[in-house]
Design a protein around this ligand. Structure first.
Ligand code: HEM
Length: 238
């Protein structure tokens, strides 16, 4: 005779625990060291691509003001009237900002992962097999590039460091920026000449004091010696 079988509950609590929600594939991948390395490599390639295209665009400066300014306007007008003015440019800019942010974040978290993987530091100098000088110093060159970028944008895009800045006039702004280099150069030549003049004035004062000393009676020389010492000190400090 068939027996009624009562349905049994779960054997343990874990059997009914809700399914662990899986992360999005890309986020899941990014949480691993390999994923971060992929992110670094791909964002790095994208940034190098930008620099290459930027350089090709900048070469238009050799064709004259009209050409490069027209190119700047072309970038702002991309896909107009399909999209409003500057929208496509902003989408590209956001992509670029995203690539920089991802590159910096991946670099930082890979360094943290590396640090936490060893509780004890290497006791001897690392014997690098593949990493060359350029790749080992990339964290510093990266910071230098970021600083350059800040200066570059403040100079040519925002105009903060360019007193003669005219919005939208790429050629003029570039010219004004590079002319400042000439100004710095002539300022430094002027400063060097002034220093040379000062130096020869000091030397001649010391020579004259020497002569005065020779002509001063023995018991009054102390004052002249003191003045000479002061002059010599001023000369040495320069
Ligand atoms: C001789 C070298 C370079 C020259 C003459 C140059 C020139 C320029 C000019 C004229 C602009 C446009 C400014 C504007 O009208 O808004 C610009 C923008 C920019 N440059 Fe450069 N650049 C040089 C190198 C670089 C390098 C090496 C980088 C990257 C590391 C870079 C990154 C940028 C960025 C991110 C912008 C902003 C782009 C935007 O507004 O959408 N530039 N540069």
């Amino acid at each position: 005779m068939a027996q009624a079988v009562s349905t049994r509950g779960p054997v343990s609590g874990t059997a009914t625990a809700g399914k662990k929600r899986r992360k999005l594939f890309l986020l899941d991948l990014y949480s691993t060291a390999v994923g971060k390395k992929y992110a670094m490599a791909l964002s790095g390639i994208a940034l190098m691509g930008f620099v290459l295209v930027h350089m090709i665009g900048n070469l238009k400066v050799y064709l004259g003001a009209e050409e490069i300014n027209h190119y700047g306007e072309f970038l702002r007008e991309l896909l107009v009237p399909l999209a409003p003015r500057t929208v496509v440019l902003w989408v590209m800019r956001l992509g670029l900002i995203g690539a920089v942010a991802l590159h910096v974040h991946a670099a930082y978290s890979l360094t943290q992962l590396n640090r936490h993987a060893r509780s004890v530091k290497y006791q001897s100098a690392r014997d690098y097999q593949v990493a060359n000088f350029a790749s080992r110093t990339m964290r510093w060159t990266g910071i230098i590039v970021l600083l350059f970028l800040f200066f570059h944008l403040a100079d040519l895009t925002w105009g903060w460091f360019n007193p003669d800045f005219v919005r939208g006039d790429v050629y003029y702004n570039l010219d004004a920026s590079l002319s400042r280099l000439d100004q710095y150069k002539s300022n430094s030549v002027f400063a060097r000449n002034q220093l040379g003049l000062e130096e020869s004035a000091l030397t001649s004062v010391i020579d004259n004091l020497q002569r005065v000393r020779e002509l001063t009676p023995e018991d009054h020389r102390r004052l002249v010696d003191q003045a000479m010492n002061e002059m010599k000190q001023a000369h040495e400090q320069r």
